[in-house]
Design a protein around this ligand. Sequence first.
Ligand SMILES: *[C@@H]1O[C@H](CO)[C@@H](O)[C@H](O)[C@H]1NC(C)=O
Ligand SMILES: *[C@@H]1O[C@H](CO)[C@@H](O)[C@H](O)[C@H]1NC(C)=O
Ligand SMILES: *[C@@H]1O[C@H](CO)[C@@H](O)[C@H](O)[C@H]1NC(C)=O
Length: 557
Amino acid sequence: MRLGLRVLPGLLLGILVEATESLDHLRVLGPQGVNLWKLEKAAAASAAGPKFMVQDGSGYALGSEESVAGFKAQWFRQPVDHFDKNSNATFRQRYWVNTRHYDPKKGGPVIVLDGGETSGVNRIPFLDTGIVEILARSTGGVGVVLEHRYYGQSIPVVNFTTDNLRWLNNDQSAADSANFMANVKFKGIEEDLTAPNTPWIYYGGSYAGARAAHMKILYPDLVYGAIASSGVTHAAIMNWEYMEIIRKAADPVCSGHLENSIQTIDGILSTGRFTRPLKALFGLSDLRHDDDFASVIESPLGSWQAKCWHPDFASTRFDEFCAALDKPPFGSGMTSLSELPYGAPERMVTLPGGLAVDFTIVNYGNYLKKYVASRCPEGISTELCFGTWDEEQYQVYDIDQEWRLWLFQVCTEWGYFFTAPPDPDHPRIVSKLLTLGYASKICRMAFPPGKHFTVPSLPNVTVVNELGDFDIAADRLAIIDGEVDPWRPATPHSDYAYDREDTVLRPFKIIPGGVHHYDEWGLLNLADEPLEIRAIHREMIYFVQEWLKDWKAPEKA
Ligand SMILES: *[C@@H]1O[C@H](CO)[C@@H](O)[C@H](O)[C@H]1NC(C)=O
Ligand SMILES: *[C@@H]1O[C@H](CO)[C@@H](O)[C@H](O)[C@H]1NC(C)=O
Ligand SMILES: *[C@@H]1O[C@H](CO)[C@@H](O)[C@H](O)[C@H]1NC(C)=O
């Protein structure tokens, strides 16, 4: 039985996200998410067997050879440190290959999908029916999912202390991919399919999308073409624009409910009176710190990103949340709360102690109680589940603590702390208590300075942005984004970026109504896909085929 509450590290870091049935969306988890992750992991430990890990001679973990959806895991040996000539430590990087469509007479291409910040197992659907299968099928190529160092079973170290995480950075992982492309020998394939003798198309979605763009810039001789889908090429310390996308794209009735309730909630919290009855409405009366409360109640907003057109991965949680907010009081005769303006006498409820609030807040509280507060196990205090001020709870270093990985990347190079808009007068759907200090304190708590490495007080986002930022561009680098993707502000389709022309050599495409890397999922029969997905897949097939027509093998030296 699958644990319904399983959560994975991902680009959502900073928001606790509700569990859904499927594991394959990027999701996480701010400070509270880490707390719950640990509690739920402990609860599941007896049900689930231990992770299959053996040690090779060097003391590094090797994974199992088990296959997923018929794809057998394979392993490629990588240096732990590509840049230190004095270190000879290595680890094994896991990958899976789809050779269904490989035509030896054509000799490629290889379509490689970067696994990004999660176990490569979660990317197998893209190899099986999604974008890798689609592009391999239309080119007679080989498809590959390459797991990212430190994630899944491609783990180069024995624990995740600050020191041992120091090889988890953009330069090292880009060097992994380059080394792989230049040297891999696929089982059962005689021909040399290494780069640059074979054209490689490098695909990634989200963080991996940024990596795809970076690979095209850093290793142009190895990467023939690259596709950055929802590629977050702009790293930012604060990521308040994420919620702006949701505020503007959600049903205006829902956004209105959220803006109004947050204003009321911030008002109550700032007076310091009635904070306890307010928290009690949300099932969080014992939560000590107001900013923790503000952070927990933000969690339903993470469901926006979980939207997906593919029926097996779709989440309807966001719409359910909106419907719950709009529920009129029982027996009021209204069919929708929004029939009357916010604060209308018919909408007001008086709480014990005398505080009167609009019924939206009661709805919001009930929703939180039912789907979030309830995740705190029986007998465990609310403070332990949702409080984030006890640093000891983040100082656990064993390799089961997957949440440390993307968090480390956030704290060192990527940022994206979820905060309120910096302008206090800007409309918002999250509390103003979500400051940069609050959102980033977990970096100091989880990563105390090591002997060899210290996490900076704020991430050095220049490491990412100097590779091109919003303006990153190259021939045969495609940029594909979703119109209502909350990560769009961090992509070249940001409102802050210059507009560009969409050409075959430099595709620049937006998926109407698309959320996060919508082109990455696919159906075996493209004709069954929704119209806008079918359209983007057709365009992608077309430009990749056109690119390949121009390919010439490099002159042999
Ligand atoms: C790695 O280097 C150490 C010390 O430089 C040496 O003792 C060891 O044999 C080397 N290991 C391998 C696998 O080459
Ligand atoms: C982590 O692993 C290193 C070896 O890489 C070891 O020296 C250190 O004691 C370990 N730390 C913890 C907290 O497990
Ligand atoms: C941040 O990264 C850039 C680019 O790699 C580097 O030049 C700069 O020295 C770094 N800044 C700090 C404070 O480390």
